[in-house]
Design a protein. Structure first.
Length: 324
């Protein structure tokens, strides 16, 4: 197969800040490959024509994915031939919420509390993984672990809103604390009268905030990388351009984030710090942070087999951009 035989590539991203989302909004991805006769399509299209679960499985060989690391690591652990070609780190308001009026001011006070552990009936329950990781980060600040608290399963309703089941359980007194992150969580907390107990964003050590989106991987299938390496490099070049543009246009980024996340201006402003960088790299620091996440996920049964993060990463496409 040659590059000329490639007639379409796909991209998918989570409803969070991503360079892919910015580039798609600006029309740069479609524009980059139009001259080659390569159609650029999104899994978020109304009628994508391929199974939407490929967002998680990455079984579509022509797919670029910028999204949470839990599904990305899960797909790799199941044997899917993906490669890690970039990582971002974007702070997106990670907090532990409690009922209004609860005196929770320090991580030590989480000991013995009932922590909401959501359960979604999906192939890879990244929601549950996020909650466990978030509570782990908060408890670790006091030298504690998940065994020092009580995890309470909370069944999520199919089609229910983000965090709704957990926050309803909190309001009803079935649990004492809920981990949340992002813009929609800001709005959900207001609806349920929940208050911030532990603000993970205020912790200097970013390891306390390692989670599904921190760091956030960009992955591609090995077959696409082998057969069309220049397409992969050019795609990354567009993402770096989008990150540069985002740094210079914060008000436009806020508008795009509202569309991407489905949250209002209040939620976006509260969740994402002004000037947050969408730039991607494969630095040793970010790879180490992802490797720490891999160990946590494997230790809690979310991965079918180990993932060697360093071996998973392919630096060549990004080097092709930066050295061009």
């Amino acid at each position: 197969m040659t590059t000329a035989a490639l007639d379409a590539i796909w991209f998918t991203r989570c409803p969070v800040p991503t360079a892919t989302g910015i580039a798609a909004d600006q029309g740069w991805l479609a524009g980059e490959f139009a001259g080659d006769g390569i159609e650029v399509r999104s899994l978020q299209d109304d009628d994508p024509g391929v199974p939407r679960e490929t967002h998680y499985t990455h079984a579509l060989t022509g797919l670029f994915r910028e999204g949470g690391n839990v599904p990305a690591l899960w797909a790799r652990s199941r044997g899917e031939a993906t490669r890690l070609i970039g990582l971002t780190w974007i702070e997106e308001r990670q907090v532990v919420l409690v009922r209004g009026g609860t005196a929770l001011e320090s991580p030590e006070q989480l000991k013995g509390l009932r922590l909401a552990a959501p359960r979604h009936r999906i192939a890879i329950d990244f929601w549950r993984a996020m909650a466990l990781r978030g509570f782990h980060g908060a408890l670790s600040l006091a030298g504690l672990g998940l065994d020092d608290a009580e995890l309470v399963d909370v069944e999520a309703e199919p089609g229910g809103g983000q965090w709704e089941a957990e926050l309803a359980a909190l309001a009803a007194g079935r649990v004492d604390a809920v981990y949340v992150k992002g813009a929609l969580a800001v709005e959900a907390a207001l609806r349920h009268g929940a208050e911030v107990g532990i603000d993970l964003d205020a912790v200097p050590d970013r390891r306390a905030r390692i989670n599904n989106g921190t760091p956030r991987p960009i992955t591609v299938h090995q077959r696409l990388l082998d057969e069309h390496p220049q397409v992969v490099t050019r795609f990354l070049a567009v993402l770096l351009r989008a990150a540069d543009w985002a740094a210079a246009h914060p008000s436009e980024v806020a508008r795009i984030l509202g569309a991407e996340t489905g949250a209002g201006a209040t939620g976006v402003a509260a969740a994402y710090r002004p000037g947050a960088s969408l730039h991607l790299d494969l630095s040793a620091e970010r790879l180490d942070l992802l490797a720490e996440q891999e160990r946590f996920l494997r230790g809690h049964g979310f991965l079918e087999s180990p993932v060697d993060v360093a071996a998973w990463a392919d630096h060549t496409p990004l080097q092709g951009v930066t050295h061009a």
